[in-house]
Design a binder for this molecule. Structure first.
Ligand SMILES: [Zn+2]
Length: 514
């Protein structure tokens, strides 16, 4: 029965039935767990009864503030959406000098998650107009990209215009928006970065739990990286300082939070996953760029405008909390990031996460109460290295691999080139196992490989690209260039190969500088 109801509501949604018919959330659940807060929010969506802030309304809202606050606010456009709309980036900065801590705030990367944009516009207005927050700009410089996926936001669809999911595109960089956003992010060199999203609280998998199914009861979930190529101190500091502080502020407003989890069907049983490992998504991609990074998931997809004020306010509060923590911890943040880049010695190519049984609090739809359920869980925080190699001193790319070098530059990596040919000892990859997937994933037929590594003496021509591993964002090079890594250029067929092939990527491990 519950599956039937779920399928019925999915069908109604597919045929564009009015929201009140398809919204799976009962009034009782909204009133009991997610009432709107008593705040006035002056952003465009709250000036109308239906829909969300569109691009024109957002630009008008931004331009009004720009006219009144040009002393601290500037506006630039970092690129165009596929349909030709300029992507705005706002910078708030008081005075000159570059010693301030830089915070990156992004929303709307998925176009059907409107509270992210709305909450950031509210935060922008509060930072400019509420004197209570003015002190933050004494120590912080703040970049805001409120609508990263404009074409998707205009149509309330998750993906960009050509069907690519921009948060699966952070290493392969196939969508033009991904290139613009990553270039702007790399240039900005943020110390702290937040990417705001919304999540779907009613899921097909959840119909298997309890008598009538369950819904996720947390207002917000924090996704931070457990990837082992991110320095352990940086991972822990993000969680124990920034995430924790945000949780406390939310709790004081009776807004609930949890580490981000999702669920999937594994052989007929629901399995939960918690945390982030994949560099295809912003939480880990930004962390690998040596940034304190969190992807923020507010409870919202699939419930229309229900609790929209609460969702926008929650987004605002998380942003505000991160700014306050960054202000309080300015010196510590810089030290943690400086230590974090002081080189892990391993390059973790594959992760393995154990399945454990944990207790999870969810809203039971039968009793409309929060209840604890025993669930099977893979927690990224418990992950171990499955395949790892010593970190090389540098990765080398043959001169004809300019496309790969270009993507690495956009990811923020510094790349040198050899100005004369050299003969040096390197490690070579040979593809021993090769499988190209028949089905497309995000626009590509992914390649799965395993390689053997041989030490050889290689003649490197002039023009060989050198990616030194003593730089801030070296972890991104590991994820992009180790062929077996799950989000590597080989995996995404950015670098096509075949069984038996020698890859045009080499590992340089000698002590002497190249
Ligand atoms: Zn999202």
């Amino acid at each position: 029965m519950r599956q039937f109801i779920f399928i019925l509501s999915a069908l109604l949604l597919a045929f564009n039935c009015p929201a009140q018919l398809t919204n799976p959330q009962s009034k009782e659940i909204t009133e009991k767990f997610f009432p709107d807060p008593e705040v006035d929010i002056n952003t465009p969506a709250f000036q109308k009864k239906r829909g969300f802030t569109d691009y024109e309304e957002m630009m008008a809202f931004i331009n009004e503030r720009l006219a009144a606050h040009s002393d601290v606010m500037s506006l630039s456009f970092i690129g165009k959406s596929q349909k030709g709309k300029d992507i705005p980036m706002i910078v708030l900065k008081r005075g000159k000098g570059s010693d301030k801590l830089r915070v990156w705030l992004q929303g709307g990367l998925h176009g059907n998650e409107p509270a992210s944009t709305e909450g950031l516009l509210y935060l922008l207005d509060q930072l400019l107009n509420n004197p209570e927050h003015a002190y933050l700009l004494d120590r912080l410089e703040i970049a805001i990209v409120p609508m990263a996926n404009i074409d998707g936001s205009e149509k309330l669809t998750r993906d960009s215009h050509n069907g690519l999911d921009l948060n699966r595109d952070q290493t392969k960089l196939m969508a033009p928006e991904s290139v613009s956003l990553k270039q702007a992010f790399s240039d900005y060199q943020a110390h702290v970065a937040l990417d705001f999203h919304e999540y779907r609280p009613y899921r097909r998998d959840f119909t298997h739990i309890g008598e009538w199914g369950v819904t996720n009861g947390f207002d917000v979930m924090f996704l931070y990286s457990g990837n082992l190529n991110v320095a352990e101190e940086l991972r822990n500091y993000t969680k124990e300082t920034f995430v924790k502080e945000a949780g406390s502020l939310l709790e004081s407003k009776e807004i609930t939070s949890h580490a981000y989890f999702s669920a999937s069907d594994v052989l007929g049983a629901v399995e939960f996953h918690q945390g982030s490992l994949n560099s295809r998504s912003s939480a880990t991609s930004y962390a690998l760029a040596n940034t304190i990074s969190t992807l923020v998931e507010v409870r919202g997809i699939g419930i229309g405008r229900t609790s929209f004020k609460r969702r926008a306010y929650t987004t605002f509060l998380v942003g505000l909390s991160y700014l306050r923590t960054a202000y309080d911890e300015t010196a510590e943040v810089k030290q943690v990031l400086a230590r974090a880049k002081a080189k892990p010695t391993e390059a973790v190519v594959k992760h393995q996460t154990p399945v454990t049984e944990v207790s999870m609090t969810l809203i039971d739809l039968e009793s409309v109460e929060k209840k604890d359920f025993k669930v099977r869980m893979k927690d990224a925080w418990q992950t171990k290295a499955q395949v790892s190699r010593p970190r090389p001193r540098a990765y080398l790319l043959m001169p004809e691999q300019a496309k790969l070098a270009e993507k690495l530059k956009i990811l923020g990596l510094k790349i040198d080139t050899l100005n004369q040919s050299r003969s040096v000892e390197v490690e070579r990859y040979t593809v021993e196992y090769y499988l190209q997937e028949a089905e497309k994933y995000e626009g590509v037929h992914r390649q799965r490989v395993s390689t053997s590594i041989t030490r050889i003496v290689k003649d490197l021509p002039a023009g060989t690209f050198v990616i030194r591993m003593d730089q801030d964002r070296a972890g991104l090079a590991v994820e992009a260039l180790e062929p077996e890594a799950p989000n590597s250029f080989v995996n995404y067929d950015v670098l096509h190969t075949e069984e038996g092939a020698e890859l045009p990527v080499y590992r340089y491990l000698n002590k002497e500088a190249l």
